[in-house]
Write a protein that binds this ligand. Sequence first.
Ligand code: ADP
Length: 444
Amino acid sequence: MKASPIFLLEIKRLAFAACSAIAWGAVTGDWRQALFVSMVVLLLLWGWQLARLYHWFSHPEEFPPIDGPGMGGLLHDVYVLRSRAIQASSSPQRSQPYLKESLASMREAALIISGSGKLLWCNEAAEYLLGVRFADEEGKRLTDVMSSPALAAYIEENNFQKPLRIQRGVESEACLQFEFSKFGADDRLVFVKDVTEQDKLERMRRDFVGNVSHELRTPLTVIKGYIETLQTLMPDSDSTLQTSLRVMDTQLVRMENLVSDLLWLSSIESIEGERKEGQIDMGALLSDLIHELTPAWPDRTLSLEVSTTQQILGDENELRSAVSNLIVNALKYGEDSPVVVKWIDSAVGPALLVEDKGLGIAAKHIPRLTERFYRVDKSRSQAIGGTGLGLAIVKHVAVSHEAKLFVDSELGRGSCFRLVFPSARVVTRPSRAGVEDHPLGLLQ
Ligand code: ADP
């Protein structure tokens, strides 16, 4: 074990005192008395340091004495650590009255709850919005005051990254949004908003898109049937009519793709807040998808590399659709290059990679790729049957699985789309070491 500098310094002091005593003893002839006096001086010095430390422990409000090297320096470090601990534990108490004063005058409903979920304080706006009287509810659990299983699960989970929306009651349409943030020692500051109107508008937009898409399905199927009948009845010699029917058929397929993507998007939006807890074997899912897609792209090389056995918690249909969109995009925009799909471990969690060496994407387009109907080259996308909704679906699925979507791409050199899942979604432990992850090209 290496001796600490403080210990060495004290040994030096001891040696110095002993040498001084011997020298004094040589002069006076009584070295024992000299040694005794110098030891007493040294002990008094140490005792004085300890007495100061003890005094400060009993009067922490006083300024700590600062001292030089050796034992004094050690004591000074103890003073500093203790002042920090006192400051940390006392600041929430000091900041709470100030915080309450500022929040009391706000129009937004604000509450303070303890780490165990007990109501410590709320402003008037919160009393009005939640229909409670603080005087009656103080100290009760927020979940007893509000009675909502979703709120109870949210507080229990202790992950406040996303706000929580809940309906006020079974019958009521009123919708409240809770935003939690941790502060102080272990308290939570909660802002509550009435988002009934916003929620209603979002639901109406979703329902409208879903209903229109649904209503369009039947007429499209009927028209498709007629086009096919006409194509068989029309003589091949009538090339003008045959060409017209072919164009009609192509446009109809586009509309059908659009309707089915819109329907799928609104259906995954409507179950956005639900927990996705199915156990998914991504290796098997990817292998299935590749077998399904290969016959449709016979001239292309589509390969799969699975280097982890990690399974994740999620929704199979959503994950299947996200991965299929990424692979089909790589085939569509990958020119003739091979497409490689990988399921690997990364530094932050398991990751899916879809790589191609095709067209690539200019940097200025990357931040907008996941917007609905955003296409880099609209006519090209339409010509190959794109709807402009594929990456919007992928992004949606990523968000609902707390995954992050990244894209590394260079114009003319190809693209790599990565879907990185959090380790919290992993079911089994990693089997092999993986690649380093870096947050380049994160799609917001
Ligand atoms: P689309 O139906 O048009 O393919 P997406 O939302 O799937 O719509 O993709 C949006 C746009 O992103 C596409 O129009 C295309 O320009 C670009 N894109 C997507 N994947 C790739 C890729 N692998 N290589 C190059 N460009 C891509």
